[in-house]
Ligand binder design. Structure first.
Ligand code: NAD
Ligand code: LMR
Length: 445
C-alpha cells in the first residue's frame, strides 16, 4: 500500500546456502514487509559471488524497483540499513566437519551446536558476530540485527556480555520446525493456529502448553502421540524425510518425552540425554557437514549457476524457506509494532523465577517497536533446572575462555558438558580442536 514505509536489509553471510531461500521468503512477503533495498554481505567474496548473480535475477524478476547490492565492503553493506539478517558460519562447512569428526574419534557426540564441536564453533563464532554488530552500530546505529548464526546459545551469551546495549535479537528456527510437527500431529493447518508455552536454553528446552484457538489445552494429546510415535506420523518412514537423520530425530522424541511426559521436549535434547545412542548412530567418517556439502550446498550453488547462465529464474527448483518466515514475522513486529508473541533467546532476568538471572534463556516474548518483552515463566522443575544449569555453565565457560584466552576455562567447559564422559577425554578433544582451530580461536594459555 502506498505510503507504507519501505525498508533496506542486509544479509550477513551472503554466501550462505540459506541465502536464496531467505531471498525468496522476503520476496514472497513484500506486502507485509516492503523493501527498497536488499544487500548481501560476506567476507568471502568468491563464495558470495557464486550466489549473487542468481539472487540479482530473482529480485529483478519479482520487483525491479528493489535495489540489489552484493559486497564485501562493510561500509557499503551496513550503510542505510534497517535490518541485518545475520547467518554467518565462521570457518564455513570444512570447519563444521572437524567440529563433528574430532569428538567422534573419541566416542563423543560430534554435532554442529551440541557437545565439544558446538563449543569449538562457539569460540570461532563470537568474534565474527561481534565484528558484524560493530559494523552495524558504526554505519546504521538504528538498525536491528536479527541474528540466527549458530551456536546461538553461546553467541547470545557473548552478546549479553560484550554488547549488552546493542540492537541484536537472537533467534532460532528449531522451535518453528517442532511447532510444524505439533500442528501436523494435532491436525491443524498451521503452527500459527496454536498458542505455546516454552522454556529452556537454545536447542535445550520444553513446551509446557499447546493450546488451540479456543484456549483448550492439547499438550496431553500431543505427549500421548509422542510417547507412541515420537514426532513422526503413524505409517511414516525414512522416505518421507529429507534424510534419515531428521527421521531418526523425530522418532527419538519418543525416548526423550518418556523421561518427563508432562512436557514436549526439544529434539536436540537427544544429544544430551542419549549421547551413547547418538554416537552409535553416527558415521565418524561421514557426518552432517558431509551431507550438507554433498547435498544442500551442491544443489543450491548448482541451481544458482544454472539461473545465472540462463539469465532467468523461470522454472527454478530453489524453494522458499518456510521456516525462515519467522524472520519476516520478527522484522514486521519491530517495524510495525505488531506485538506478535515469539520465542527469543534473551537474558533471563527473573522470567524463570528459580533460575540464574544472568542466563540467556529461550522463552516467549512479545515483540514491538522498541524490542521484546519476555513473558514470565514462573518456577521450573528440578530435572529441567539441573540439566539447564549444567548446560548454561558450559556456555558461560566458553565465553569466559574467549574473554580471558583461557585454556583452563575451555577445558572446564568441555569437562562439564553432559556429552563428555571424563576430563581425560575432554582434554584430548580440546587439544585436537586447538590445532584444528588455529587462526580462528584466540590463543589459549
Ligand atoms: P555457509 O557456510 O553456507 O554460509 C555462511 C557464510 O558466512 C559463508 O559464506 C561465510 O563466508 C560467511 N561468513 C563467515 N564469517 C563471516 C563474517 N565474519 N562476516 C561475514 N560473513 C561471514 O553456512 P550455512 O550452513 O548456510 O549456515 C549459516 C549459519 O546459519 C550457520 O551459523 C548456521 O548454523 C546458521 N543457521 C541457523 C539457523 C537458526 O535458525 N538458528 C538455521 C539454519 C542455519
Ligand atoms: C544444517 O546445516 O543442515 C543445519 O543447520 C542443521 C543440520 O541439519 O545439522
Amino acid at each position: 500500500d502506498a505510503g507504507k514505509k519501505s525498508f533496506s536489509v542486509v544479509i550477513a553471510g551472503g554466501g550462505s546456502t540459506y541465502t536464496p531461500e531467505i531471498i525468496l521468503m522476503l520476496l514472497a512477503n513484500l506486502d507485509r514487509l516492503p523493501l527498497c533495498c536488499i544487500k548481501l554481505y560476506d567476507n568471502d567474496g568468491e563464495r558470495q559471488g557464486l550466489l549473487a548473480p542468481a539472487v540479482k535475477i530473482l529480485i529483478e524478476e519479482r520487483d525491479p524497483s528493489i535495489e540489489f547490492v552484493a559486497t564485501t565492503d562493510p561500509e557499503i553493506a551496513y550503510t542505510d540499513v534497517d535490518f541485518c539478517l545475520a547467518h554467518i558460519r565462521v570457518g564455513k562447512l570444512p570447519m563444521r566437519e572437524l567440529d563433528e569428526k574430532i569428538p567422534l574419534k573419541y566416542g563423543v557426540v560430534g554435532q554442529e551446536t551440541c557437545g565439544p564441536g558446538g563449543l569449538a564453533y562457539g569460540l570461532r563464532s563470537i568474534p565474527g558476530v561481534i565484528e558484524n554488530i560493530d559494523y552495524m552500530e558504526k554505519y546504521s546505529p538504528n538498525c536491528w540485527m536479527l541474528n540466527y548464526s549458530n551456536p546461538a546459545a553461546i553467541v547470545a551469551e557473548a552478546c549479553r556480555r560484550l554488547r549488552p546495549n546493542s540492537r541484536v535479537i537472537n533467534i532460532c528456527d528449531m522451535p518453528i520446525g517442532l511447532e510444524d510437527s505439533f500442528a501436523r500431529i494435532l491436525g491443524f493447518q498451521s503452527r500459527k493456529q496454536l498458542d505455546y508455552r516454552y522454556f529452556g536454553l537454545n536447542h535445550f528446552g520444553w513446551y509446557t502448553s499447546v493450546k488451540d484457538p479456543e484456549g483448550n489445552e492439547l499438550l496431553p494429546k500431543l505427549v500421548g502421540h509422542e510417547l507412541k510415535y515420537g514426532n513422526t506420523m503413524p505409517g511414516e518412514s525414512m522416505d518421507d524425510y529429507t534424510d534419515h537423520t531428521w527421521y531418526d530425530t523425530a522418532l527419538k522424541v519418543k525416548d526423550i518425552v518418556s523421561l518427563d511426559p508432562s512436557m514436549a521436549p526439544n529434539s536436540y535434547l537427544q544429544y544430551y540425554l542419549f549421547p551413547d545412542d547418538m554416537v552409535a548412530h553416527s558415521d565418524p567418517h561421514y557426518t552432517r557437514a558431509n551431507m550438507v556439502m554433498d547435498g544442500r550446498e551442491k544443489r543450491v550453488f548448482g541451481e544458482c549457476a544454472r539461473i545465472a547462465e540462463a539469465g532467468t529464474a523461470a522454472g527454478t527448483t530453489l524453494k522458499i524457506g518456510i521456516h525462515a518466515e519467522f524472520i519476516v514475522d520478527l522484522a514486521t513486529a519491530l517495524a510495525f509494532n505488531t506485538h506478535e508473541r515469539m520465542l527469543l533467546i534473551v537474558p533471563n532476568n527473573g522470567a524463570i523465577e528459580n533460575f540464574d538471572p544472568e542466563a540467556m534463556v529461550e522463552i516467549p516474548c512479545v515483540v514491538g517497536k522498541d524490542g521484546y518483552e519476555p513473558l514470565s515463566i514462573g518456577k521450573i522443575p528440578t530435572f529441567q533446572k539441573g540439566l539447564m544449569y549444567e548446560q548454561v555453565c558450559v556456555e558461560k565457560l566458553v565465553a569466559d575462555a574467549y574473554e580471558q584466552h583461557s585454556y583452563l576455562k575451555m577445558l572446564q567447559a568441555m569437562t562439564l558438558s553432559k556429552t563428555v564422559p571424563s576430563a581425560n577425554v575432554a582434554k584430548k578433544i580440546l587439544d585436537e580442536l586447538i590445532v584444528a582451530n588455529e587462526g580462528y580461536w584466540p590463543e589459549l594459555h
